[in-house]
Ligand binder design. Structure first.
Ligand SMILES: *[C@@H]1O[C@H](CO)[C@@H](O)[C@H](O)[C@H]1NC(C)=O
Ligand SMILES: *[C@@H]1O[C@H](CO)[C@@H](O)[C@H](O)[C@H]1NC(C)=O
Ligand SMILES: *[C@@H]1O[C@H](CO)[C@@H](O)[C@H](O)[C@H]1NC(C)=O
Ligand SMILES: *[C@@H]1O[C@H](CO)[C@@H](O)[C@H](O)[C@H]1NC(C)=O
Ligand SMILES: [Zn+2]
Length: 484
């Protein structure tokens, strides 16, 4: 009786101290990462967006998200997938280039250059797969590449010259991802990409009626997406993050605009360059010929009031765009509204991105909804390097080395970042172990007391035996073998 009471007292407090019903992230829910290319943080302000509004009521809405610099598509998407700044993941531009052969591959063909993407940072698909999850990617930048001999399990690579305009096709893509991949094939994580509103933003400008129209289309697609999730019974099992790679800024046009044309800058000549990346919008990179560095740099520095010229190693630290060997020795950044031209202006875009990520027009949209997220919560801005650790936490996987932290997004979560999978079972086991050790110690004490009592009795010549003492004698023999 005494022993039973002792056991109870020892085990019960251990059970009490385990974090039994605290809110925690199970890591068992599925996760969908959606990117609408070029969805600026404030695009929903001048358009009626009932579905995005409903999503904000039921989930988390960030004031805005700061993309990495360079604020362009492939580099910024790869930051979402790896949690690394661009100088660390190495996808430094949409365009692959070789300074020796002068060869350049455009955005689309660069998707297939494995060594360009696979430069030491693993995208979340591969990491999740290695930890037993099933992943997929639909049109997301980086999907086509192979990483350390592995590819994302389920992939749809965007076809060349893909036409983004057909809304029915958007819905078919949603059906594939939700109905087939999540529901029928039980995938755990999928990234899904749409090329708009970026395309419309470039062509017509961010303040155009066309851009407002395409936001309505995005909104309808978000509505359709959530409806499809509901129909497939996934609402309580699927977390959804909807975000973007960068924003968009109106390009200044007209007679009065002092355009940046490098060949018009006194003392500068394109002939002094071995290789250049200009005529790509807001930014440029130059490799001067041997002995020409100072001439090129000095001519351009101060050569135009809206052109910022940096030696690669002098780039502001906050941009995290100076350490990678692929970056060329001189980096050019235009002020918002300007684009960098080589010989003459032939860039016709009315909207452009690629500017400093402190520029408000470059900030991206961020919303999230699902079983692990708070309802109707507005959060402050954060950097997009942090989305990766948030996603790893939601999926219950161990992240790779990265530049972000869950500390910058944990307040979005019902669990505040407490994981059931990693932390709770550990502490339950610990408590159980402590409890069992205490029980063992207690039993040992009981036996020692009983045994010495027995020995004492024997000394007194009392040979009367009961069932109890015979048990004690057997146990005494065991104790001899094991303990002494
Ligand atoms: C560029 O081309 C040269 C000459 O073919 C080659 O040796 C070098 O490895 C290439 N560099 C890259 C980054 O592909
Ligand atoms: C990344 O690319 C650079 C330059 O192209 C190369 O020197 C470096 O070895 C690559 N690193 C990895 C880990 O692939
Ligand atoms: C895309 O398709 C639509 C018809 O759905 C057509 O009007 C438009 O011109 C096409 N766009 C391009 C860039 O081919
Ligand atoms: C849009 O796509 C659907 C489904 O693929 C197709 O049936 C329809 O003809 C397309 N519409 C246009 C205008 O191209
Ligand atoms: Zn983009």
């Amino acid at each position: 009786m005494f022993v039973v009471l002792g056991l109870w007292l020892l085990v019960f407090p251990a059970a009490l101290s385990a974090p039994a019903r605290e809110q925690c992230t199970t890591g068992k829910n599925k996760l969908l990462l959606v990117s609408f290319d070029g969805f600026r943080w404030d695009y929903d302000r001048d358009v009626d967006t009932p579905n995005l509004d409903k999503m904000a009521m039921e989930g988390v809405k960030a004031a805005y998200m700061t993309p990495p610099f360079l604020t362009i598509t492939s580099p910024s998407h790869f930051t979402l997938l790896t949690g690394r700044y661009i100088e660390n993941h190495g996808v430094i531009h949409n365009i692959w280039f070789n300074i020796t052969t002068q060869e350049k591959k455009q955005y689309y063909m660069t998707q297939f250059v494995d060594e360009y993407w696979d430069n030491g940072s693993l995208p979340i698909w591969i990491t999740a797969q290695r930890q037993g999850l099933k992943t997929g990617s639909h049109h997301f930048p980086g999907t086509a590449a192979t990483y350390q001999n592995e590819k994302v399990y389920k992939e749809t690579v965007e076809p060349i010259f893909y036409n983004y305009t057909n809304e029915t096709v958007w819905r078919e893509n949603v059906n594939t991802v939700i109905g087939q991949w999540f529901k029928n094939e039980d995938l755990d994580f999928i990234s899904l990409y749409f090329g708009d509103p970026d395309e419309v933003g470039h062509k017509y400008g961010p303040d155009s009626p066309e851009r407002r129209e395409v936001i309505k289309k995005v909104d309808r697609t978000v509505g359709y997406l959530r409806e499809t999730v509901e129909k497939n019974g996934l609402t309580d099992k699927l977390n959804i993050i909807i975000t973007a790679d960068h924003g968009m800024s109106t390009v200044f046009k007209g007679e009065n605009v002092n355009e940046i044309i490098l060949s018009n800058i006194p003392g500068f000549s394109l002939r002094d360059l071995k290789f250049h990346m200009v005529d790509y919008g807001a930014c440029g990179m130059l490799l001067p010929k041997d002995g020409m560095f100072d001439k090129v740099y000095n001519a351009l520095k101060g050569g135009h009031p809206n052109l910022h010229v940096y030696k690669k190693e002098d780039m502001p630290e906050r941009l995290h765009y100076s350490k990678h060997p692929r970056l060329l020795p001189i980096i050019l950044i235009a002020d918002p509204g300007y684009v960098i031209n080589g010989f003459y202006t032939f860039q016709t875009n009315k909207g452009e991105h690629g500017y400093d990520n402190e520029v408000m027009d470059m900030k991206a949209f961020f919303r999230a909804v699902g079983p692990d997220f708070h309802n109707n919560l507005l959060v402050g801005p954060f950097e997009s390097v942090n989305v990766y650790s948030l996603m790893c936490h939601l999926l219950g996987i161990q992240p790779e080395v990265n530049d972000g932290s869950l500390d910058n997004t944990r307040h979005m979560l019902l669990s505040n970042g407490l994981s059931c999978v990693l932390k709770a079972p550990e502490s339950i086991l610990q408590n159980l172990f402590i409890g069992l050790s205490a029980v063992a110690g207690f039993l040992l004490l009981v036996f020692v007391v009983v045994t010495s009592n027995n020995v004492y009795k024997r000394h007194k010549g009392n040979q009367s035996r009961t069932e109890d003492t015979s048990d004690e004698d057997e146990t005494k023999d065991d104790l001899k073998q094991t303990t002494f």
